[in-house]
Design a protein around this ligand. Sequence first.
Ligand code: MTE
Ligand code: MO
Length: 486
Amino acid sequence: KPSLPTYSMTEVAKHTTKENGYWLAYKDGVYDISAFVENHPGGKQILKTAGKALEACWKIFTIHQIDHVYEILEEYRIGNLPPGEREANAKAQEDVVDLFQYDPERINATENFFIRSEKPFNAETKPTVLVSSFLTPIEKFYVRNHMHVPFVNINEFKLEIGDGTSAYTLSYDDLKDKYQSHTVTSALQCAGNRRAAMNNDAQGSVQGTPWYVGAIGNARWTGVKLRDVLESFGLLNEGRHVQFVGLDCDTSQRCYGASIPMEKALSDDVLIAYEMNDETLTSDHGYPLRIVVPGTVGARSVKWVNRIIVSNEESDSHWQKADYKVLPPSIKQPQQVDYDRVPAIQESNVQSAICYPASTEDGNKVKILSVKPTGEDTKNQTLSIKGYAVGGGGRQVQNVQISLDHGKTWLQADLEQLAQPYMRAWAWTLWSTHIPLKDLPSEPFDIVCRAMDIHSNSQPDSPLGIWNVRGVMNNSWHKITLKIDA
Ligand code: MTE
Ligand code: MO
């Protein structure tokens, strides 16, 4: 197009905002896609390409490599790229394909989360946010991504269900129309929640994302029962495990995956979910479909699930075969043989944590927290303490206790919990207590909490006896140190 002006990549790179317009380059053309942004089938994700050359962005998302896309793009052409820059683009970006281009924009992320990593996105909910509502709002719910958020074209999306040799498929609409919907309120907790507190001088440091207490949330999940879907294809009890595979795959096509025992899949409450808190799943939480395995560690609730396989074998994914296993404490540098001797974690254990008072700073770094008591009348001032507890495996929380003297004496907390059927207590418990100011020391002091489930399982007082190099399943008493600022 000789009639059009020539723009360099430096010029293109300046157009990445609404004010300046969204420009991009492709081959020998320069395009202003501002007017197209609203119409892009993949939504706002297209903005990630602004200021850049498309070559690299399209390399992996082959869905774009069809003629009509080039035709659409040609309508937005505003100029030419100087000769030479096209080759440079293709070459320079060959190796830096941004797998994360479909990760969503995360509104108010720093307000709600302590962000542990950006790519992949790993963010835990701040403690005070956790206890401010019984259902964790979607945008405040922790995100644990091992890879990028995958691109999904819902019109082409298919869920495959099979036994490893042959498979049936269901579209998104099929799944919603053909099966009865079912809603479950359930907590979801990462097996690595509270990992950071497992680091200690005596035993060494642990490997993995250093979560404080916020890799947990509680939501209403709506979907169809996994058992109904398996049953409709005659796959119920046709293998010992049910494997799930996600759409998030690395460049060598290894995808996130996990499995659960068939016995668990027979439960009425394991879902192929499409809604969270009555809204369509967001891309960070698995849109369009995710598995929800209540009572089980988060790692088995596979997001972006597009394949379900009934098999006599567990999933052979890294996250089932290595990782998410409680290795013996003698192992400090795990090898595959060590993992092979140890079972994959399934059910969660009994857990609780103090979430209020809390600092706005990263909880792992706060040594002594200064707090002001509440109440107008100085004589009747109290200190409120709040937190969450969860039984794991469907076991309801029986009680939560607070101690100000490292476990010699205990105060019983008040519980907010749902009435749930026996062994199906999937939702968490919120708890609170109010301690009169006159009962509190003026010097810095420790508060610990611990929960007990209906089978009297309780939490260990320290991580020493449960230490493992991957830092998983830490449910030791949670402790914070306070100084009253009267
Ligand atoms: N599913 C896929 N496909 N990819 C993932 O990285 N992370 C798992 C699980 N499902 C993961 C996944 C882990 S370890 C946890 S704790 C939960 O999703 C987190 O779910 P959330 O991000 O919705 O809170
Ligand atoms: Mo996790």
